[in-house]
Design a protein around this ligand. Structure first.
Ligand code: NDP
Length: 241
């Protein structure tokens, strides 16, 4: 029987590309979403991939949601912790709410969804945990103290967990995308993109969600079994880590 993959935020943007790539490669995929029911419904109709709704910032909801996925699809063997948000603002004007929301979804969310599935992975001696971090977790980003902190936290989490999990056949890795053409980036005004962003990307273009998905596919595969605790930067040469 094919392996089961759970992709958080798997119905839009990078997550949708990851869900589709895993599905096309024969995995049984569960894609979660936060609140955009229309997008999730459309995604499900177009792809046939099962969708589940819960808030990754809510630990109890993650425990309940993961149990539902395991009951309906099977034990989670591949976890792609992709759900993320931004709430940008200069730090000296940043509200506690902007800070907390970003930490809650991007960092607490990683704990919340990994904790309920890791005991099963350990018991079965196999697992793949892949978090979608960000270039900004490495280099920091003006206006994103909250997001940069959360994404750097994701990388520390993965490095520590990789050490604890290696003897149990579980690999833990992070992917750090640069600018990828999703709604998150399409929200940036065209003139800002052309004047301030593209000139800093040596390959001269935004990345595509499928370019992240292909890396996830490799890390999820048996062939990726010797890669753990690593961070793969996919950013068109914008920042060399
Ligand atoms: P999108 O905004 O296009 O999609 C975000 C996904 O996360 C959606 O499926 C959304 O669900 C889900 N989500 C948001 N909040 C929650 C929540 N509270 N609970 C459950 N799911 C939630 O983002 P991208 O595809 O652009 O980004 C995906 C990941 O990649 C994020 O972690 C982001 O930080 C990271 N990243 C993105 C980059 C880019 O250039 N796009 C660059 C570097 C990193 P719903 O549809 O219901 O809203």
């Amino acid at each position: 029987m094919s392996r089961v993959a759970l992709v958080t935020g798997g119905t839009r943007g990078i997550g949708a590309a990851v869900s589709k790539a895993l599905h096309a490669a024969g995995y049984r995929v569960a894609a979660t979403y936060g609140g955009n029911i229309e997008a999730a419904k459309k995604f499900n109709e177009e792809t046939g991939i099962a969708v589940f709704q819960w808030d990754v910032g809510d630990y109890d909801a993650c425990v309940e949601g993961a149990a539902k996925v395991e009951a309906e699809i099977g034990p989670v063997e591949i976890l792609v912790a992709n759900a993320g948000i931004t709430r940008d603002g200069l730090f000296h004007k940043m509200t506690k709410d902007q800070w907390s929301q970003v930490i809650r979804i991007n960092l607490d969310g990683l704990f919340n969804i990994t904790r309920p599935v890791i005991e099963g992975m350990r018991a079965r001696n196999f697992g793949r945990i892949i978090v979608i971090s960000s270039i900004n977790g490495h280099k920091g980003q003006f206006g994103q103290v909250n997001y940069s902190a959360a994404k750097a936290g994701d990388i520390g989490f993965i490095k520590a967990l990789a050490q604890e999990s290696a003897t149990k056949g579980i690999t833990c890795n992070a992917i750090s995308p640069g600018y990828i053409a999703t709604e998150m980036v399409q929200a940036i005004p065209e003139d800002v993109l052309k004047a301030k962003i593209l000139p800093h990307i040596p390959v001269g273009r935004l990345g595509q969600p499928e370019e992240i998905a292909r890396a996830v596919l490799f890390l999820a595969s048996d062939e990726g079994g010797f890669i753990t605790g690593s961070t793969l930067s996919i950013n068109g040469g914008q920042y060399l880590t």
